[in-house]
Design a protein around this ligand. Structure first.
Ligand SMILES: [Zn+2]
Length: 156
């Protein structure tokens, strides 16, 4: 999907960028509405999320031969997660609504950034060794992003 490729890797970029482009925005909203019919939000506590993330960081540290300094958990407005040059991983606590496979993907994605900062060919090459269908996962992350924010709006 060309429009998606153009806007890909929003994990590390501002989601507002997509929303500020009218053509991308319209296509995106239509697609999200369509996709969200088959999507359910997962329920796990922040504690459960924390345990899952910690075990994934251990697993991928071995796989990739990299190490994470510290893991922070907080509510982020524009990203699922980020990884700083100081090797600190920050996790958006909203990830607790995601299915396991997408959580795995986000953690792996962020840790690959310790090897390659940019979203270039080398980066996607490393990603695809573990997540062959990463484009589909990025798409699903878009859907979840909006679904979660929409459902939180109605939860008083
Ligand atoms: Zn990234």
């Amino acid at each position: 999907m060309a429009w998606f490729k153009k806007a890909s890797a929003f994990l590390c970029t501002e989601i507002q960028l997509i929303l500020s482009q009218p053509d991308l925005r319209a296509r995106f909203i239509n697609k999200t509405l369509e996709d969200s019919k088959n999507v359910i939000l997962y329920e796990r506590t922040v504690k459960d999320l924390r345990e899952l993330i910690e075990s994934l960081v251990d697993e991928y540290s071995n796989d990739l031969g990299v190490s994470i300094n510290r893991i922070f958990f907080r509510r982020m407005k524009t990203k699922w997660a980020s990884c700083s040059p100081k090797r600190n991983l920050t996790i958006n606590t909203l990830m607790r609504y995601l299915p396991d496979d997408l959580i795995r993907y986000i953690v792996f994605h962020e840790m690959v950034h310790l090897i390659e900062r940019r979203h270039n060919e080398r980066f996607w090459g490393l990603i695809s060794k573990k997540f062959e269908r990463y484009e589909k996962m990025e798409e699903r992350l878009f859907t979840y992003w909006f679904l979660i924010h929409k459902s939180l709006e109605y939860r008083v």
